[in-house]
Design a protein around this ligand. Structure first.
Ligand code: ZN
Ligand code: ZN
Length: 556
């Protein structure tokens, strides 16, 4: 039983609780799932003492029996067909309930019929966008493999490796290691006895079927329809093989050409037969600079590595704080004190509390009165004098006319103001003008999740990104790289585009709605490196004083 399995059972329980309308308890389960998912060690009774008692006992039960009573009881109450619909990729629990109540859709077959006869878009409460989303969900559901977000791929891989690295040399490779936003499989390179490995793996995870297999390779599909590939290699060539199985196809092909010219042979599996203690040594033998895995795509990084001129990319230790966090003042579930306590384990110097502004009713946006109360609490916690320092922030709605939903007489009190669109206009022109006006207002520091896309749910809004990034660059407004796993917004392609348009500064935030979400920073570093982000480009790497000066650049 891996941490991934435990996290999945907790997330299932969360979904069932949501279907029953128990939001608060559901949030506790979600929080725990994201905390377990990212742990560096196998969950056991001693290792989870920081979780709520009720969840600790559930986890103990899961470890002993493979399931928990809380989940089983809920399953008995909620019809299986509704659970099936709620489990579709990108489906939100309230929408599943609405489909069930308003259209009596209670099975996937019903849903397929309704979508293909286009009857959902006719209903006012659903509309055409929702029908399109359902169509995408069904396509995703029909696939014979599960497409994973990077966060899922990363945490699953981590949860497997922690059980196997005692007996084997095992490392993550492929697209998850490169930090691709969506992945179809998880690849590992392993040195050690294959049969012994398979035996341990079989005890560890539920295998649905074994796919392709030969002497040095095995591919399996687990019970979640996730494909795991294991490449077995001799110890002496481990790191050369790791480079080969990590790079994109084109990258590895070019490296093989370079290796051949240097006189190295190639194994029948395709990797160069070069011995080395780590990847750096292999790169040296190829006459190249060590290249971070996230940029091994087969582009300019190869020439740069040969000429020893790769830029120094950002590192996890460079990140000094998280700049997008919600507390229970708006739609988050934890108190500011709880957020601070959790963040204090992360070596941060600062974090920004950025609750929703009041017009966003759906997310319990905060009124002026509540904001003042929130500031009071932040000041009080900051008096403790320890790190991280809490910054007073807000995620302000950009209204339809491009004005901002911020109480102007409070404006001076904010350390950071994030502007965001949660309801889009219909046309590219309207969205672009709204965002541009907000940027040019001089009132905001950051545009949150600039394109608004949600993976498996909705596409980016129509937007002229060139104009937005140029305006941001001119007004010293940063564009956010939002690390919520189904957002990753900006994507690495758009970070590069913004940079080409002259944008010098970006910011990142987990968009945490509970303390478990603060852990998204760990995999987020991959997204940053994949976008070739350098330390000086990211305001989260600034010293607090420098950051305050940067943010105070707003008009007052
Ligand atoms: Zn938002
Ligand atoms: Zn947010």
């Amino acid at each position: 039983m891996t941490n991934w399995d435990i996290a999945n059972i907790l997330l299932q329980t969360k979904l069932l609780l949501l279907l029953r309308g128990e939001k608060e308890l559901a949030a506790k389960y979600e929080n725990a799932a994201y905390t377990i998912g990212i742990l560096d060690y196998p969950a056991n009774d001693k290792g989870i003492a920081f979780l709520p008692q009720i969840i600790q006992s559930d986890i103990q039960e899961i470890l002993n029996t493979g399931n928990c009573e809380a989940k089983e009881t809920l399953e008995k109450e909620i019809p299986k067909s509704l659970r099936g619909i709620a489990n579709l990729p990108g489906m939100r629990a309230p929408d599943a309930i609405k489909l069930y109540e308003k259209l009596q859709i209670d099975s996937i077959n019903d849903l397929k019929r309704a979508v293909s006869s286009c009857e959902i878009k006719e209903k006012k409460e659903f509309g055409i966008r929702f029908e399109e989303q359902l169509r995408r969900s069904l396509i995703e559901y029909e696939r014979d493999f599960k497409e994973l977000t990077l966060f899922e791929g990363y945490t699953y891989a981590k949860s497997i490796m922690m059980f196997l690295n005692k007996d084997f040399t095992i490392k993550l490779a492929g697209s998850v290691r490169r930090g691709k936003e969506l992945v179809n499989n998880i690849d590992f390179v392993v040195a050690g006895d294959k049969e012994k490995f398979k035996k341990i793996l079989n005890e560890l995870i539920s295998i649905k079927k074994t796919g392709k297999e030969n002497q040095n390779f095995v591919s399996i599909k687990d019970k979640y329809n996730i494909i795991l590939n294991f490449y077995f290699v001799p110890h002496e060539y481990f790191y050369s093989a790791l480079i080969y199985f990590t790079g994109s196809k084109i990258y590895s092909k070019i490296l093989n050409e370079i290796g051949k010219v240097k006189g190295f042979n190639i194994s029948k599996e395709g990797y160069l037969l070069i011995e080395g203690q780590d990847e750096k040594q292999i790169f040296e033998k190829l006459g190249m600079q060590y290249t971070p895995p996230e940029i091994r795509e087969g582009g300019e990084e190869i020439d740069l590595a040969i000429s020893n001129s790769l830029p120094e990319l950002i590192d996890e230790k460079d990140i000094k704080g998280d700049l997008h966090i919600h507390s229970n003042f708006s739609d988050g579930t934890n108190s500011i004190r709880e957020i601070k306590n959790e963040a204090s384990f992360k070596n941060y110097t600062f974090i920004a509390i950025t609750d929703h502004s009041q017009s966003l009713k759906i997310a319990r946006g905060v009124s002026k009165e509540k904001l003042l109360k929130e500031f009071e609490i932040i000041d009080k916690i900051n008096m403790d004098g320890d790190e991280p320092v809490l910054l007073k922030g807000i995620e302000a709605e950009i209204n339809m006319d491009g004005t901002l939903d911020v109480e102007m007489d409070l404006e001076k009190k904010f350390d950071i103001i994030i502007g965001a669109l949660h309801a889009f206009s219909k046309t590219n022109y309207e969205n672009t003008e709204r965002v541009k006006k907000a940027i040019e207002s001089g009132l905001i520091n950051v545009i949150a999740h600039p394109t608004g896309r949600i993976i498996h749910v909705r596409e980016a809004m129509p937007l002229n990104f060139d104009e937005i990034s140029k305006a941001a660059s001119k007004n010293r407004v940063t564009l956010e790289i939002n690390l919520f796993p189904n957002r990753i917004d900006l994507s690495s392609g758009l970070v590069k585009e913004a940079r080409r348009n002259g944008l010098k500064y970006f910011s990142i935030g987990t968009d945490a709605h509970n303390t478990g979400h603060l852990n998204f920073m760990e995999y987020g570093i991959k997204i940053l490196r994949r976008s070739w982000v350098k330390r000086e480009e990211l305001i989260n790497t600034f010293e607090l004083k420098e950051l305050r000066e940067f943010l105070w650049n707003r008009k007052h």
